[in-house]
Design a protein around this ligand. Structure first.
Ligand SMILES: [Zn+2]
Length: 96
């Protein structure tokens, strides 16, 4: 049956994101690619969520290191590697 839905999740609202979803937002947030309203949501979450704040710091550190070593934006490959690393951290945190 192709009509089967694997999970019964609600459609995503930016205000109801889970931490895993925030990881993507954080990447855009650091790149200044979020709309002002979305920035507020991410900032608010970082204020109240330590694991996400740590990932934000990690992302920002990587980004500034890359920015220092070459004046161009981080290559997509590096960004992907950071994202994979962040997901590993996320898994470890949620497995507690
Ligand atoms: Zn979080």
């Amino acid at each position: 049956m192709s009509e089967h839905h694997p999970d019964g999740k609600h459609p995503r609202e930016l205000t109801e994101l889970e931490c895993a979803d925030y990881l993507e937002q954080i990447v855009y947030f650091i790149d200044n690619e979020l709309a002002e309203a979305d920035c507020e949501v991410v900032r608010h979450h970082l204020d109240s969520c330590n694991p996400c704040l740590e990932k934000y710091d990690l992302q920002r550190t990587v980004k500034s290191v890359v920015a220092r070593s070459c004046s161009e934006a981080a290559p997509q490959e590096l960004r992907d590697r950071v994202l994979v690393r962040l997901r590993e951290v996320q898994v470890r945190i949620s497995e507690g």
